[in-house]
Design a protein around this ligand. Sequence first.
Ligand code: LMR
Length: 338
Amino acid sequence: MLSRIVRPTLTAARNFSTSQQNNYKVTVCGAAGGIGQPLSLLLKLNPLVTELNCYDIAPFTPGVACDLSHIETASKVKGFDFQPHKRRLAGAQINIADIDFLILNSGMTRDDLFGSNASVVKTIFECASVACPDAIFCIITNPVNSCVPIACEVLKKANKLNPRRVFGVSTLDIVRANTFVGEMCGVNPKEVNVPVIGGHSGITIVPLFSRATPKVTIPADKLDALTKRVQEAGTEVVKAKAGHGSATLSMAYSGARFANNVMRALMGEPDVIECAYVMADVTDVDYFASPVKLGKCGIEQNCGVGDINEYETKLLCDALEQLKRDIQKGVDFANQDQ
Ligand code: LMR
């Protein structure tokens, strides 16, 4: 099993020298929100990013960009107040014509996430299919299980779908699994890698502790609780914040880690593997999170489900049932008449 993980550290990014492109233009949609601000900060600190465009419906978005622009890194930051409901203006509003990365995240709470986020995703991808169809798309917007199918359907309709370049970011599930296993087994979480397959919500999240590296033994009487903790970690944060939102900082870290690793692979670094929720034919459903090998053009190879034990097989069966419904919801939404 290939399991190279690359954490988004500045040193790591600097140490990798290449003649390939190392100057990425990144647009963050939802840049002024709870995830968007720390994500934009981490991207501003990433030496591989040379241009950062911050979009949000919040009128103070140019202020967020101004704030970031004072940080002593070379990248240029611009902020835009974006109104996605003004559909005819949207294309002109989003300065995405020559960008390399489009990262979407939800500024919404969990309340009616699908209703509020699905149409934003649809509108943004209608713009993107014209303005930057060749960008790498990283979708953090929840529900990721449905939003990635929406994005792909919109791109497909425009004849611009390249499934190797559209990612649902499920990295936070891996980050959480690594942290919880590290805590439980007394290992530095930075050294742990637990692949997590399926989707990015509740029972669709299937952590594969049997494939953790380094090899760990989870006591049988703790396995259920640990699995549930990973599956319900988002809710753990929602409860802990007591009405003040969901995970933002750990999600921002995860989004930045994912984008950094895609950039490194695009630059030609070999054997970069990340789990991501992508269009795939490795199970019975059309979209699935699994380890994917990243390369110069996006996904080079989907590593699929791989070897899993009986316990994980049962989790996977339950996940697939739910995923089917989530995916259909996204596909239906994308194809309904306006
Ligand atoms: C998470 O996993 O915590 C995020 O996707 C946010 C949420 O609401 O679950």
